[in-house]
Design a binder for this molecule. Structure first.
Ligand SMILES: [Mg+2]
Length: 120
């Protein structure tokens, strides 16, 4: 059975790219969210197996959104996808309980490997 992924990114281009990359894999996109607020609002209903979370978004950033989701759902599996990779970003992501980190631009193999690790 395919795993359901909730994609959170304020860039339409990145949302489309993720959809393309996951086409034909064991992952299906269950929902697209354009903001952290949207992700928090949709998480309960979508109940995804995995979330990909952008960091820099208009409004709430991906780290704050992840923290709120993980407080409510400690078993949520969230991987960050971002071109912003400062040490303190990694540290904060780790302390929140994020399962992985994918740098933009991402590649299919790298993405699938980190998804697998996050679900394992
Ligand atoms: Mg962004």
């Amino acid at each position: 059975m395919s795993k359901r992924v909730m994609v959170v990114d304020d860039s339409r281009l990145v949302r489309v790219q993720l959809g393309d990359v996951l086409e034909g894999t064991d992952y299906e996109i269950a929902a697209y969210c354009r903001s952290g607020e949207d992700a928090i609002a949709q998480y309960d209903e979508v109940n995804p197996d995995l979330v990909t979370m952008d960091i820099i978004m208009t409004g709430m950033d991906g780290l704050d959104a992840s923290e709120i989701i993980l407080k409510k759902h400690p078993d949520a599996r969230i991987v960050m996808i971002s071109s912003l990779a400062y040490d303190d970003t990694y540290k904060r992501a780790e302390s929140i309980g994020v399962k992985g980190f994918i740098d933009k631009p991402f590649h299919r193999e790298q993405l699938l490997k980190i998804f697998q690790q996050a679900l394992g």
